[in-house]
Write a protein that binds this ligand. Structure first.
Ligand SMILES: Cc1ncc(COP(=O)(O)O)c(C=O)c1O
Length: 412
C-alpha cells in the first residue's frame, strides 16, 4: 500500500480532527479550515507542530546528491531520521539508491511507500522479524540486511529458505564504535564465507558505520577518525575480494563525514540521514572551512509553538516541552529568527523562554519557531510533518513506523 497525503489524511481522519481543533484569535467559534491542507498557512496550524522548510530541505538533498555524483559514490539516506515514505520517495527521485532503515517497521514502511531497495542497518535476532523481511523480498523489494553475527546469518537463511526467496546481506563490520557488527579479522572473513555459501543468502559487500566519527567537533579530528575507521572497512573489502567473495557494496558514513567518506576510495554508498533536516547538535560540529557552525546543510526542520502563559515580567511559557522536543542531549531548542531568546526545559508540556538584554520577550499568543536539538528522536514524537513553502502549507506527510515491531496475531 502506498501511503500518500490523501490516504493518510482520510485514514487517520486527520483533516476533520485538525479542522475541529484549530483555533486562531480569541473568538468563541473556532475558525474552520477546509479539508485541503494546501489552502492552509503556517498561522493556521495547531501547536506544537513539526514543520519542514521545503526550500531548505530540497537544497540539502541537492548538496548531497551533487557530492556523491562528483565522487562516483551513491547515497542510501537513513530513514531513521525522517520515518517518512514521502521523503524517502523524494530522495530516490533525486538519485538515492534506496533507503537505509534502523528497524523492520521502518523497512516495511519505506517499502510500502514505494522504495524499491531497502537496507536494514541494525542487527536482528528474532525469527518473526526475519520472516517479515523475507516476505518483503518475496514481494519484489530488494531487501539488504547487515549481518554481524553467525546467528543472524542463520536466522535470515532459514527465513529466506522458508519463504523461497533470496535475501541480500552485507557483512556488518564494527570499525570502532563497539556497538554492533563484527570486528575486522578472520572471524569476519569466515562469516562472509558462510553467507556467500548459503543458498538463501546473497552476499553483496560490507556495511561499516562509524557513529564515533560523525559528531566529532572540528573537521581535522573528524577526518582523522573517519579515515581510520573507514580505512579498516576498505581493507576488509579488499580481503573479501582477494578471497573471491562478492564485495561490490561498501555502505557507511554520516552527515558529519559526508565530505570525507565520499573521497575514500572503496566506499560505494553513504548512509547519511540527518542532512535532510539538520539540528542544533550537528550544527555545532564545525565545518571544513573552519567555521564553528557546520553550514553545509541548512536547518530545514523546526517546531512551531505558542506562548501560552505570560504571567511574569521576565519569562513566558510555550506549549512545547519534553514531549515536543527530544531531550537526549545537553543542547536545547534554538529560537529561529529570534537570536536573543533562550529556551529551558520546563516539564513535559512546557518550555520556558527568557530574553537576553536587548531582546524582546514574546507576548501571550505569540508563535515562535525553534530548531530542534536532535532531529531523529524529535521526529519520532510526531504523527505528521507540515511541508511549507514559505508560510504556505504545501503538503502534510505522515511519519510512519514510530511504534514497536508488532508480531502478526497481536491484538493491537
Ligand atoms: C547505522 C547508521 N547509519 C547511518 C546513520 C546516519 O547518520 P547521520 O544521521 O549522522 O547522518 C546512523 C545514525 O545514527 C546510523 O545509526
Amino acid at each position: 500500500m502506498i501511503v500518500n497525503r490523501r490516504s493518510f489524511l482520510s485514514s487517520t481522519a486527520a483533516a476533520a480532527g485538525l479542522a475541529a481543533c484549530l483555533g486562531r484569535g480569541s473568538s468563541a467559534a473556532p475558525p474552520r479550515l477546509g479539508d485541503d491542507p494546501m489552502t492552509w498557512t503556517k498561522a493556521d496550524l495547531p501547536t506544537p507542530a513539526l514543520l519542514l522548510d521545503l526550500d531548505r530541505f530540497e537544497a540539502n538533498v541537492k548538496t548531497m546528491a551533487e557530492q556523491v555524483r562528483r565522487h562516483g559514490c551513491s547515497v542510501r539516506p537513513h530513514a531513521k531520521t525522517h520515518k517518512c515514505p514521502e521523503i524517502a520517495r523524494r530522495l530516490v527521485s533525486a538519485g538515492a539508491v534506496g533507503s537505509s532503515c534502523a528497524t523492520v517497521p521502518e523497512v516495511e514502511a519505506m517499502a510500502a511507500g514505494g522504495v524499491r531497495s531497502v537496507l536494514l542497518t541494525s542487527p536482528i535476532l528474532d525469527p518473526r522479524k526475519a520472516a517479515r523481511l523475507a516476505a518483503l523480498a518475496g514481494g519484489g523489494t530488494e531487501v539488504l540486511v547487515a549481518v554481524g553475527h553467525p546467528r543472524t546469518a542463520d536466522l535470515l537463511s532459514q527465513a529466506a529458505e522458508a519463504a523461497r526467496v533470496t535475501l541480500d546481506v552485507l557483512l556488518d563490520l564494527d570499525v570502532g564504535d563497539g556497538r554492533f557488527g563484527i570486528p575486522p579479522g578472520d572471524p569476519a572473513l569466515d562469516l562472509a564465507r558462510t553467507m556467500a555459501r548459503s543458498k538463501a543468502l546473497r552476499l553483496r559487500g560490507i556495511q561499516a558505520y562509524s557513529g564515533t566519527s560523525s559528531h566529532i567537533s572540528g573537521f581535522e579530528a573528524r577526518e582523522r577518525t573517519s579515515r581510520e575507521a573507514m580505512g579498516k572497512a576498505v581493507a576488509m573489502r579488499e580481503r573479501l575480494e582477494k578471497a573471491g567473495l562478492p564485495a561490490a557494496i561498501l555502505s557507511g558514513g554520516s552527515t558529519g563525514t559526508y565530505n570525507i567518506d565520499t573521497t575514500i576510495q572503496g566506499v560505494t554508498e553513504l548512509q547519511a540521514g540527518s542532512y535532510v533536516f539538520m539540528d542544533v547538535n550537528y550544527r555545532r560540529i564545525g565545518g571544513k572551512d573552519g567555521n564553528a557552525t557546520y553550514a553545509d546543510f541548512a536547518p530545514s526542520l523546526s517546531v512551531l509553538a505558542t506562548v501560552v502563559s505570560a504571567a511574569h515580567p521576565d519569562r513566558v511559557s510555550i506549549d512545547a516541552g519534553i514531549k515536543a522536543f527530544s531531550s537526549d542531549t545537553a543542547e536545547t531548542p534554538e529560537a529561529k529568527d529570534s537570536p536573543g531568546l533562550k529556551y529551558r526545559r520546563f516539564g513535559d508540556e512546557f518550555g520556558l523562554i527568557t530574553a537576553e538584554p536587548g531582546a524582546r520577550l514574546p507576548q501571550l499568543g505569540d508563535r515562535l519557531e525553534f530548531y530542534v536539538p536532535h532531529c531523529d528522536p524529535t521526529v519520532n514524537l510526531y504523527d505528521r510533518i507540515y511541508a511549507l513553502r514559505g508560510d504556505r502549507v504545501e503538503d502534510v506527510w505522515p511519519i510512519m513506523a514510530r511504534r514497536e515491531f508488532r508480531p502478526e496475531g497481536s491484538r493491537s
